[in-house]
Design a protein around this ligand. Structure first.
Ligand code: SF4
Length: 360
């Protein structure tokens, strides 16, 4: 039987676990500090724990949920990390430096069931959900890999997978990452990006005060359903109603991600439709010109179309920022590194041979 990974436990869950193995509950807080503040790699480094307790931890639990296999640095400073999971699957995590911020883009699933047509990861289906520990460990292991003075400041759930389709582990991971006894990330520095699973979106608003980003990519149902099959279940009307009801903190806005695809969704008509959709929502818009990967059926937009689209959204009173994909020279499409690794190690589980274009 697999040993429990301690990064799977929120602090109250760790207190229960510690008690079950015969220790006092306060020991859990000490473990949290060792794991998340000191970043220990072995229990022998924890001299404030009894020898007997350390032996119990050594033989009865795991510290790490996965193994770092490879990292690639882009000319623009972006680093892509490949992690091997215990069952042979691989996931990626991307570190994006943008001084004074260092943002980590987290994966929440191996593959994805949403099938967005501009995203190769999605077209390959879902392999499995990540556990809480596999989400938390992306942060711990990348932080350990960075120079001591470089701290991860922001977290975004925009890597492989749809985070709201793996709701409980994602919310538990957020609770661990924000615990003041551990990594102590502010909720304000965590953003979850979703295609819009409406019931889970409403639940998230009640349960976790993090920032919200919506992967919109089309301003009307027909086009959106063609690009993103999830729209057939959760229509734009229902999604936008959930966004209107979303309990935003003062001065907070919902980010709408919009990948501009040449001739498809980048025309002035689309910009005007987008603006009407956003009515009544405190919103800002990220415009991402498509950077097509091999086999992608869509085109890169013309620069004039991108600028005209931005101007129309801005004229309507919304902040609209053009964001370029980072790390093109190391395989910007999410899933690419995992796929290459899998191709050269075919017996180590299955992963998608490709990747998504941008945050899901
Ligand atoms: S864009 Fe996101 S939600 Fe859509 S298929 Fe890709 S990973 Fe899944």
């Amino acid at each position: 039987m697999e040993l429990p990974c301690l990064k799977d436990f929120t602090l109250p869950q760790l207190e229960d676990w510690v008690e079950r193995i015969g220790e006092r509950r306060f020991r859990a807080r000490q473990l949290f500090r060792h794991i998340y503040v000191r970043g220990v790699t072995s229990w022998s480094e924890c001299s404030d724990l009894s020898k007997m307790f350390r032996t119990q931890l050594e033989y009865g639990s795991r510290l790490n949920a996965m193994e770092l296999r490879e990292s690639r640095r882009s000319r623009d400073g972006t680093v892509k990390y490949l992690f091997a999971l215990h069952d042979g699957h691989c996931i990626e995590t991307v570190m994006i430096p943008d001084a004074p911020r260092t943002t980590l883009c987290l994966s929440s699933q191996v593959g994805c069931a949403m099938g967005c047509r501009f995203c190769v990861t999605g077209s390959l289906g879902l392999k499995r959900n990540l556990s809480t520990a596999e989400i938390v460990d992306q942060v711990c292991q990348v932080q350990k890999h960075l120079p001591t003075r470089q701290k991860i400041t922001n977290l975004v759930f925009m890597g492989m997978g749809e985070p709201l389709a793996n709701y409980e582990p994602v919310v538990e991971a957020i609770s661990i990452l924000t615990d003041p006894s551990g990594l102590d990330f502010s909720h304000r520095r965590i953003t979850l990006s979703t295609v819009g699973l409406v019931p889970q979106l409403r639940r998230l608003g009640r349960e976790s005060p993090i920032n919200l980003a919506i992967s919109l990519h089309a301003p009307e149902n027909g086009l959106r359903s063609r690009l993103m099959p999830v729209n057939k279940t959760h229509s734009l009307e229902n999604l936008m109603a959930a966004c209107r009801d979303y309990p935003l903190a003062p001065r907070k806005r919902i980010t709408f991600e919009y990948i501009l695809m040449g001739g498809l969704n980048d025309q002035p008509l689309h910009a005007r439709q987008l603006v009407s959709l956003l009515a009544g929502i405190r919103a800002k818009v990220n415009l991402i010109p498509l950077n097509p990967h091999e086999g992608c059926p869509f085109q890169q937009p013309k620069e004039e179309a991108v600028l005209r689209f931005q101007e129309l959204v801005q004229k309507a009173g919304y902040t609209a920022i053009i964001r370029q994909s980072r790390g093109a020279d190391i395989g910007a499409a999410c899933g690419q590194l995992a796929a290459e690794y899998q191709e050269s190690n075919p017996n180590e589980g299955e992963t998608s041979p490709g990747g998504k274009v941008d945050g899901g």
